[in-house]
Design a protein. Structure first.
Length: 116
């Protein structure tokens, strides 16, 4: 499955736009889960696609956001400091800003489509 580009979805069904300095994936986070896991891409009812993540951390004082960043840093091949939450800090649906090589990040995110 492809990675989406916007919350409203796009005709090509991508999860994120490649930005010159990196990428901005859309994620749906389930905090307070039993384990940390990347569950793959989910097509939502409104036509959008998001990368589903589960984290053990509670949604308190940024702990779940920090767990999301730690969970994604290694498979994307970037430092934790290269990832930040650009939109939705207190929401389940978030937009992340990932600094790095855009095409390489898109390829790494596409490889995450499936249970980890």
């Amino acid at each position: 499955m492809a990675i989406p580009t916007s919350r409203k979805g796009t005709p090509d069904g991508r999860l994120l736009p490649a930005q010159p300095p990196g990428a901005e994936p859309f994620v749906r986070v389930t905090p307070n889960a039993g384990r940390d896991a990347i569950e793959g891409v989910e097509q939502r009812d409104d036509g959008s696609a998001v990368l589903r993540l589960r984290v053990k951390a509670v949604p308190d004082k940024g702990k779940a956001n920090a767990a999301v960043i730690a969970l994604l840093a290694k498979p994307l091949g970037v430092a934790k400091s290269a990832i930040s939450v650009s939109h939705g800090e207190t929401a389940r649906l978030k937009t992340l800003a990932v600094a790095g090589d855009g095409p390489a990040l898109v390829a790494a995110l596409a490889a995450l489509d499936g249970p980890q």
